[in-house]
Write a protein that binds this ligand. Structure first.
Ligand code: RM4
Ligand code: MN
Ligand code: MN
Length: 397
């Protein structure tokens, strides 16, 4: 461990920083117009876990994999043991459980807020099965994202739908084991384009509060309007003890699901900074699940996931370099230039030498991407899966 106290703090933060990767980041994905296939894309849950295991093997910081029920658990609860087996086989754990109440035909007009009570019941039933899956896999978080909303003015009773959501989330919360949490994700648009039932952090916050004490808000960094101050949302949720986790990704226009930090690394740094500043001020660790939610349509899937994990680690490390005590004093005296410089200096510091040293001490490769490329894994899966993937893509029409 280095002697300098700031480098020591950085080192300690590297020991604790972990980020969860999504199973769906390894399968073929595309745009609204169709899927682009990759010869090495995962074609089964087992393959997704195998690929995720590679990311953890080379980075050492991605020990869990978020899963989507439906895509990864074709037989629901009955698939739980099988999925647990894949996780163990490839050296990772099962992370957040993501229910899927947006693909089946019955959800055309919504799930928990569907005017039809039978559909609301079906959605509740699915979420309750996901809670059970979580108990079996030892997953802490049930991560809820809903497409519920409407696309034309006057077509939905928005207040009534809010009540249905309160009711559904309360019932879902009542099924949690004491160790489990519900995370409520928000998104202002898409696929509903006029109104979305859970459109922003304030709505997610109110619904999480209505659901119960173990429901928190999930911030997906791609789910905001242009120019919205995301780190302010983060600070408000922290101060309300309502920030449960993140879906990290970057965006240029809308919910682009680009590689973290590819467009605006300073944004990610500012989020980490606010979290670390909160921790310094309160003397307690913020209980936040850091997760990735990206769709790698064009880049190699495993390579991009490694790139993402490495970027997250570097930006987090930079944020630990902010001198909090000095910053607090400067803020108090309204010393604007020097206060801002506290952030800018930390952001400009090259943390890679310390991270390399930390990796060496953990027996990890210094360059995760190069080590993965040199391993031959990609060539192997491309030849194994190439044929299956050839027929997987194409247009939706
Ligand atoms: C949504 C949202 C959810 C994710 C789906 C696939 O935009 O971000 O978290 O599960 O995409
Ligand atoms: Mn998301
Ligand atoms: Mn999204």
């Amino acid at each position: 461990m280095p002697k300098d106290p700031r480098a020591e703090a950085l080192w300690k933060s590297l020991d604790t920083f972990r980020i969860e990767i999504p199973s769906w980041g390894f399968a073929n994905t595309g745009t609204r117009f169709g899927k682009f296939t990759q010869p090495g894309a995962a074609t089964s849950t087992q393959e997704k876990f195998s690929d995720a295991g590679q990311v953890h093997h080379f980075t050492g910081i991605c020990p869990t994999v978020a899963v989507h029920v439906l895509w990864d658990f074709p037989e629901g609860l009955k698939s739980a043991n099988e999925v647990k087996g894949y996780a163990a086989k490839y050296g990772v754990g099962v992370g957040a459980i993501n229910p899927n109440v947006f693909e089946a035909q019955i959800y055309k007009y919504g799930s928990l807020a569907n005017p039809n009570p039978e559909v609301r019941q079906a959605a509740l039933q699915h979420i309750s099965e996901c809670v059970e899956i979580g108990k079996q896999t030892g997953s802490r978080d049930i991560s809820l994202w809903f497409t519920d909303g409407s696309s034309y003015p006057g077509t939905a009773n928005i207040r009534q739908r809010k009540k249905w959501f309160e009711e559904g989330l309360r019932k879902s919360h009542s099924q949690l084991a004491p160790s489990q949490r519900l995370l409520v994700e928000y998104k202002p648009f898409e696929p509903a384009v006029y109104h979305t039932d859970i459109a922003d952090w304030g709505m997610a916050l109110l619904l999480a509060r209505a659901a119960g004490p173990r429901a928190k808000v999930l911030v997906d960094t791609g789910h905001h309007y242009q120019a919205q101050n995301i780190e302010q949302i983060v600070t408000w949720l922290l101060s309300e003890d309502m920030l449960g986790g993140f879906h990290f990704n970057d965006r240029r226009y809308a919910d682009d699901d680009l590689t973290l930090g590819s467009i605006d690394p300073y944004q990610v740094f500012r989020i980490f900074h606010e979290i670390l500043y909160f921790e310094w001020e309160t003397g307690r660790r913020a209980d936040i699940a850091y997760m990735i939610d990206q769709s790698h349509n064009l880049k190699g899937k495993i390579e991009e996931m490694i790139q993402t994990a490495v970027t997250a680690q570097e930006l987090y490390a930079k944020a630990t370099l902010v001198d909090h005590e000095r910053l607090a004093g400067l803020q108090q005296k309204c010393e604007l230039v020097d206060a801002e410089e506290c952030l800018k200096q930390a952001f400009a510091t090259d943390v890679r030498p310390v991270i390399r040293e930390w990796k060496r001490s953990k027996g990890l490769p210094e360059d995760a991407l190069a080590a993965f490329r040199g391993s031959g894994y990609l060539q192997r899966i491309e030849s194994e899966r190439g044929e299956k993937n050839q027929s997987a893509g194409g247009s939706y029409a």
